[in-house]
Design a binder for this molecule. Structure first.
Ligand SMILES: [Zn+2]
Length: 620
């Protein structure tokens, strides 16, 4: 008889379960203590301070009285390790020393994973050898010295090196008899235009990324000389999923459990530097913003303190706010530390001591305090309408909090910060909660948001705004969140309004779903709607000087929201078109003209745009 997964028999599943002691299994991840006939510990699936997670040896099951999860050993491993059924059985069988008889399909899948893992191990050996054989006077040698990466640190983090050249690793792996397909599946090589393969990582310091079972799952690389990109993160593979990977988790996990604290930083070198300063509970996301999946992993550690550590520059502040909001929305407490003087952690310790850092940690703000302070700062010098938008936005955040007590606390803080009667705020959130929302915004996931016919002008408007951020200045006073009937679009737009013009104008279309991460499905859907707005791969926003100017217009205010949005886009488009003409007429050399022509073609905003621009160019 086959299980739903199709390739493991029920007998085999039973055999694996029998061979596994649930107390021992769970005890290796969660600290358990005996309590009567059962064992008790802090639940790895929700955040708690007093244990309500019970493991029963007699029933070989677990149950949490806090969040209600329950199950057997298989369920536990699936949820805790985020594995599929088949992988879980395999994992438990390995643990118990059982050899599984697997059908063809299962065999093929597990074989591929094993091949990839072997390939990554060989690559790791190659990178390590390169670093060991490098002399102190070589490029990598002096780079390590310059970045103050000691021998001990390179050992702990198993750093590696690959020299200049297109096929160093590829040649090495070929000699080891590893197939090109496996090298490609492992994310190590790339197919060139002429059909041959070349190394993804060249002339780089190599950071192996390991999971908490200490398996290498991918490699990131920092360029040694000049060149772009500075950091190259691994591509998605069977083993490497960026939205749930933390760099340093393998090295940090013991300290995280021991100190019951985790410090989340932005970069690979930040993790290493903190580790060196004996803050070895530091981990980082790998070149991506924090996701809800990341938080699910953090939840398992059941720490007291989730500390978000960010650089003190504008980008750092923005990233900090984004992460803090994610924590708040997912009902996990976190604290935010922003480094002084625009420093990153690496530079910080050149200037400050360990004790200074400890003080910073001690003074960390709670996530909601941080968000609230930033909101207050951004609104204190602006008009009432903007202040209202800011407060609305914070209220929305409060509303997403599941715990009533926490929600109350936040409302009190908002009331105190903005000096508003708390009852007014309560009434407002109550009204919002009562209003039935036809389409709730999906959480991060792959569910596309659908739009109705009557949403079309709103969709078009948002598409235009996100691909032409330079027009934000002209738009922000003319369009209010209330102009959007689509509630999610309205909320997203009110988030836009929180950014100032200079912040907004720097945004690339691809930035939006990273920055407004909780609206990612909506943003993706907006861009893809009717396929009208393709983001060209060489997209570059216009600089502020060429920003389109809009005529002041009285009649615009009198129109209905929908009509106003449409009229506005039309105007903006016309403005941009005449600006393009001006730019084009200044172009003399044929080469530049053809480059511009292809740029315009690629921009493909609307057919009309392109046709008009082409015509203009051909007439020259
Ligand atoms: Zn629980």
């Amino acid at each position: 008889m086959l299980t739903p997964s199709g390739f493991i028999s029920t007998e085999q599943k039973e055999q694996v379960l029998k061979a596994t002691d649930i107390v021992q299994l769970i005890g290796s991840f969660v600290q358990l203590r005996a309590s009567g006939k059962n064992f008790l510990g802090l639940c790895p699936f929700h955040q708690e301070k007093t244990p309500s997670f019970t493991v029963s040896p007699s029933h070989q099951s677990y149950k949490c009285y806090g969040c209600g999860t329950y199950g057997d050993s298989i369920r536990f491993v699936m949820d805790f390790e985020n594995l599929k059924f088949f992988e879980t059985i395999q994992y438990l069988a390995d643990r118990a020393g059982i050899t599984l008889k697997i059908t063809k399909k299962g065999k093929k899948e597990s074989l591929q994973q094993t091949e990839i893992a072997k390939c990554l191990d060989s690559a790791q050996l190659f990178f390590r050898l390169n670093l060991k054989n490098a002399t102190g006077s070589s490029a990598i040698g002096s780079y390590l010295k310059q970045r103050m990466l000691s021998h001990d640190l390179t050992e702990i983090f198993q750093l590696g090196y690959v020299a200049k050249g297109w096929t160093n690793l590829h040649d090495y792996l070929n000699k080891k008899g590893i197939s090109t397909k496996t090298q490609d599946d492992a994310g190590l090589i790339k197919k060139g235009d002429k059909g041959g393969y070349y190394d993804r990582l060249r002339d780089r310091l190599i950071f192996p990324i390991r999971d908490y079972r200490n398996r290498v799952i991918g490699f990131a690389g920092r360029i040694i000389g000049d060149g772009e990109p500075k950091y190259l993160n691994p591509p998605e593979t069977e083993l490497y999923k960026k939205s749930s990977v933390f760099y340093g988790i393998s090295e940090a996990q013991d300290q995280i459990r021991k100190k019951r604290r985790v410090i989340i930083v932005e970069g690979y070198l930040d993790v290493i530097r903190l580790h060196e300063q004996s803050f070895s509970e530091a981990i980082a996301t790998c070149g991506t913003a924090l996701t809800a999946e990341h938080l699910n992993i953090l939840r398992r550690f059941n720490v007291n303190d989730n500390i978000l550590l960010f650089d003190g520059d504008l980008a750092g502040l923005k990233a900090a706010e984004r992460s803090a909001r994610l924590f708040i929305e997912n009902d996990i407490d976190s604290k935010v530390v922003v480094l002084p003087d625009n420093l990153d952690p690496d530079d910080y310790f050149k200037k400050y001591s360990k004790d200074d850092f400890q003080t910073l940690l001690g003074n960390a703000k709670y996530d909601f305090e941080f968000v609230l302070d930033r909101a207050y700062d951004s609104s204190s010098s602006s008009g009432m309408e903007h202040q209202k938008t800011v407060i609305d936005d914070i209220l929305l955040l409060a509303q997403n909090i599941k715990s009533d007590i926490k929600k109350e606390l936040l409302l009190s803080k908002i009331a105190a910060t903005f000096q508003i009667d708390k009852r007014t705020l309560q009434n407002k959130t109550q009204r919002k909660a009562d209003r039935k929302e036809p389409k709730p915004l999906p959480k991060l996931g792959n569910t596309p948001v659908t739009f109705n016919r009557e949403d079309l002008s709103q969709v078009k408007f948002m598409q235009y705004l996100m691909t032409n951020p330079q027009c934000f200045k002209q738009v922000r006073n003319r369009v209010q969140p209330e102009d959007f009937n689509h509630s999610s679009i309205s909320r997203l737009y009110s988030r836009f309004l929180l950014l100032n013009d200079s912040e907004f104008i720097t945004l690339k279309p691809t930035d939006f779903s990273e920055i407004f991460v909780e609206y990612a499905p909506l943003i993706t859907s907006l861009f893809h709607h009717k396929g009208e707005y393709q983001i060209p791969h060489n997209y570059r926003p216009r600089s502020d000087e060429t920003a389109v100017m809009l005529d002041e217009s009285e009649e615009l205010e009198k129109l209905h929201s929908e009509e106003r949005l449409e009229r506005l886009i039309k105007r903006l488009k016309n403005q941009k078109r005449s600006l393009d003409k001006k730019v084009l007429s200044g172009v003399n050399q044929d080469q530049d003209r053809s480059r511009l022509l292809s740029m315009i073609e690629k921009r493909k905003h609307t057919k009309a745009d392109t046709v008009a621009e082409k015509r203009q160019l051909n007439h020259k």
